[in-house]
Design a protein around this ligand. Structure first.
Ligand code: 8YV
Length: 310
């Protein structure tokens, strides 16, 4: 590898990542565009998270950028067309986080439907002697619609079958490798299902896909789970539907404008909220941290990527 190529770190790095990176690279932490301008021409690589991506105004001031290594699977906040045009390579940590993200969809669904958070609060508030905790809802025989049927969507479907739930999915094309039913019409899926789980990639194609019409179709007994991206849901439509109880509840790991989420979510009782934690386990974050650095080392050693997107 040429001596210590300069990297820009957009998100804060874990200790372990810093230690490995500093052996082979000169790492600059992004603080502001103004500060970046003073060393921009040196930057050859970027390390970033799926939620942060690479803002266009950052990519535009890096004339010598060659590679972007994403600590996650989402590339919705990177202009891939522009990267292709400039011959900038992009890698993700694909296959490291599928199971944990699928688990989070199940955790949110069960927590919401069985009222785990509200019941926890009920016990802690000392209400057990004087009141009756509300009933939850069975999973068994419920119908689940999965929106987006890539690796994560399919891993969710496998888990659901164990609970005796019926699964169908909406996707850009049928996945013939899966026994689940393909439903090419999102509205028909929302009509059919009791629980709608979002596992679709972010970006313009899925932006506001879950709008007021889809939420009303899901209906007052329907639950929404989002482990995909906040942008997939029209949030003001969702907040209205939750507030007016036009859907039964929502389990949300992702939001528009994270971490500055719309404060209206905070007072809604029919929600379970997580701070974008689906891949946040000790094991998965260690595997991601390893792969995101391995991709940079591979690129600067012999111009290959272990898990390339482009
Ligand atoms: C991470 C994600 O939380 O994979 C993604 O695209 O959004 C998440 O797994 C994120 O990448 C943190 O770096």
């Amino acid at each position: 590898m040429s001596s210590s190529p300069d990297l820009l770190a957009i998100d804060p790095l874990s200790e372990n990542m810093t230690e490995r990176l500093e052996k082979s690279f000169t790492v600059h932490s992004f603080t502001s565009l103004h500060a970046l301008e003073t060393y921009a021409t040196k930057i050859r690589g970027i390390i970033t998270g799926g939620g942060s991506g690479v803002p266009a105004e950052v990519m535009n001031v890096l004339p010598n950028l060659e590679v972007i290594s994403v600590n996650g699977v989402g590339t919705d906040r990177i202009d891939l067309e522009e990267a292709k045009r400039r011959n900038i390579r992009v890698a993700t940590t694909q296959n490291t986080l599928t199971d944990d993200v699928a688990d989070m969809a199940i955790v949110l669904m069960m927590t919401l439907m069985r009222g785990v958070v509200t019941n926890d609060q009920f016990v802690r508030a000392g209400k057990w002697h004087s009141a009756t905790a509300p009933l939850g809802y069975s999973l068994t025989e419920k119908r689940v619609g999965i929106v987006g049927f890539g690796h994560i969507g399919q891993a969710i479907a496998k888990r659901l079958s164990v609970f005796g739930m019926e699964v169908a999915y909406f996707n850009s094309h049928a996945r013939t490798e899966s026994p689940c039913r393909f439903e090419p019409d999102l509205k028909a899926l929302a009509t059919w299902c009791d629980v709608l789980i979002l596992a679709v990639s972010g970006g313009p194609r899925s932006a506001n896909m879950i709008n007021a019409d889809i939420l009303d179709t899901l209906g007052k007994d329907g639950f929404l789970i989002n482990i995909a991206r906040g942008t997939v849901v029209d949030e003001s439509a969702l907040l209205n539907a939750l507030h007016e109880k036009r859907i039964a509840g929502a389990g949300l790991d992702v939001f528009q404008n994270e971490p500055d989420i719309n404060p209206a979510f905070l007072t809604l009782k029919n929600t379970v909220l997580q701070p974008h934690q689906a891949s946040a386990t000790v094991e998965t974050r260690a595997a991601m941290a390893k792969l995101v650095v391995d991709n940079l080392i591979a690129y600067f050693t012999d111009k290959t990527l272990l898990t390339p997107v482009i």
